[in-house]
Ligand binder design. Sequence first.
Ligand code: COI
Length: 354
Amino acid sequence: MDIRVIENINPKAKPDENNLGFGEYFTDHMFIMDYATGKGWHDARIVPYGPVSMDPSAMVLHYAVEIFEGMKAYTCADGKVRMFRPYANAQRMNRSGQRFCMPVIPEEDFVEAICRLIKQDQSWVPQAEGTSLYIRPFMYSDQSNVGVRMPDYFKFMVILSPVGAYYKEGLNPVSIYVEDEYVRAAKGGTGYAKCGGNYAASLIAQKKAKDLGYTQVLWLDGAQRKYIEEVGTMNVMFKIKGEIVAPELGDSVLPGITRDSAIQLLQSWGYKVTERKIAIEELLAAAQSGDLEEAFGTGTAAVISPIGLFNIHGEKLQVGDGKIGPVAQKLYDTLTGIQWGKLSDPFGWTYEIK
Ligand code: COI
């Protein structure tokens, strides 16, 4: 792919790597590429990071014609920079795009755009323990039109952000409020797609959970508010009587790449992993009887995030002893060990940026 580069002549001061937080700082450059029906993708460019201008009638502003991805790159033990399963993100972005009548982006172009941008801003890839470079590819229509119609013009962009842990708790267990009023997704809807609208619609429940003192919400299915789907910013898994159970994927659950990686690791260690419907009443009973040994979330931003406490229908239930369990700890250590190049990569998940 032809990518023209306009260098940023006013590079920013780098933030303190030990206090990055999540998504607060952005690097010196960004990637942009345009799409027009009949012309396809064109004018790929890396330009100084900064505001994008669009017409006030741009379709993204009115009808949320937008999808995105979340990925990370890491400074590895050998000093090289590697991404984690970038083609899996490219594939998921195209599956999301199909739901919104957006153009396919060739997987090779998706990965090349990100590699070239990271090389441009390589000095921004943090090196401190526990940090990474969060990669946010996104696509939207800035077509000027307030009619609800299929757009002919889109933009694909990538921005980069050096990050630490997503939750302030770090690897300490988070607390989760089971949301039984609002729903996130319904059958036939957009739940499986990574689109901004899903997250906008979740904010009211996130606020409610936060006001009640919880880190995040656990969503139940849209039809019956009975089956567990996912947590606001991550997929979820449980260890119940020695077996790992995960809510099955469907059109209302995000097919997490970290979720898939965790399942592959768990199976390689001999755990029985069952993907199935899990009723909230089953979780409640398992927590009450002590059969719920561990609960944890998986996600690019969240990595592996242990859950120490649930609020289920107003009842507070501690998971195990409220501390991180051995399975979540082993998953975190192994996954981040592979990502940071401290452990071998038997699944071929890492991708060096050359
Ligand atoms: C991710 O884990 O990459 C996400 O996109 C979740 C959240 C930050 C929206």
